[in-house]
Design a protein around this ligand. Structure first.
Ligand SMILES: [Zn+2]
Length: 213
C-alpha cells in the first residue's frame, strides 16, 4: 500500500468495475496481496449505464456492499473522480465537484481516504494543487514528480508473462520522484475499455460529452 514499505509494487485498479470484486478479489486474497481500488463515485452501484467496450458489452460497477467487502479484504479504496472526466480541462468549480465531492461521498461510507487516480492520467498544476487542497495524500497519474503525481505502469489484457516481468522488475526511472518509498505502481485495466474511451464522443449517462483523445 502507498507509503507502507521502502520498496515494492503498488497494484491499482481504476474505474471500480464489478469484475474487481468477482475476479480480482478472490485471487488477491488467495495470495495475500492488497491493492488500491479507485471508484468512479458517480457510478457506484450503476449497472449497464455508461461504459462501452469493443464488444458492445456494458460494464457493471461495484456497489457499496461490494466496496465494503473489498475494504474488509484489505484493499484500500480511493477516488477516480465523480464522472471520469479529464480533470485538466475543468473549471475550478467542476474540479471541486470531481475531487472534493467524490472524496466526501466515499468518506461518508468508509472513513478517510488518501488516494486519487486521475482519469486518463490527465493532470496539470491546477489539478495537483486542488487535489492537495482536497486532502489527498497520494495521486496516481502524472510524471512522478511527487506523491501527488505518481507515475503508473499500465497492464493490459494483451500483456504477456514476459512483458509483465519487464514492467515489474525494471528500475523506476530517476524522475519517478516517489522518493519516500520508491514503490512502483501497476495499474490494471482492459484494453477494450481504454480504446473505447479514446473515441471522441462518449455517451455518458445519456448525455453526450466531449472527451480528450
Ligand atoms: Zn479510468
Amino acid at each position: 500500500m502507498p507509503g507502507e514499505r521502502d520498496e515494492g509494487i503498488i497494484l491499482t485498479f481504476d474505474d471500480g468495475e464489478e469484475n474487481i470484486y468477482r475476479h480480482a478479489l478472490p485471487i488477491l486474497r488467495e495470495f495475500g496481496v492488497r491493492a488500491v481500488v479507485f471508484l468512479i463515485v458517480g457510478y457506484i452501484g450503476e449497472k449497464n449505464t455508461w461504459d462501452i467496450s469493443l464488444t458492445g458489452r456494458r460494464v457493471a460497477h461495484l456497489d457499496w456492499n461490494q466496496i465494503h467487502q473489498l475494504k474488509k479484504g484489505g484493499m484500500e479504496i480511493g477516488s477516480h473522480g465523480m464522472t471520469h472526466r479529464n480533470l485538466a480541462r475543468l473549471s475550478t468549480a467542476e474540479l471541486e465537484y470531481e475531487l472534493n465531492g467524490s472524496k466526501a461521498i466515499i468518506e461518508k461510507e468508509l472513513g478517510t481516504i488518501r488516494c486519487i487516480s486521475y482519469p486518463f492520467n490527465r493532470i496539470n498544476p491546477a489539478v495537483r494543487r486542488m487535489a492537495a487542497r482536497a486532502g489527498y495524500r497520494y495521486g496516481f497519474g502524472g510524471n512522478g514528480d511527487d506523491d501527488l503525481t505518481l507515475k503508473k505502469e499500465a497492464i493490459y489484457i494483451t500483456d504477456t508473462r514476459a512483458s509483465l516481468a519487464i514492467k515489474v522488475t525494471e528500475k523506476p526511472p530517476v524522475a519517478y520522484g516517489y522518493y519516500r518509498t520508491q514503490q512502483k505502481v501497476i495499474n490494471f485495466f482492459t484494453l477494450a475499455t481504454m480504446i473505447a474511451r479514446r473515441r471522441s464522443d462518449i455517451v455518458l449517462k445519456g448525455q453526450k460529452i466531449k472527451e480528450a483523445s
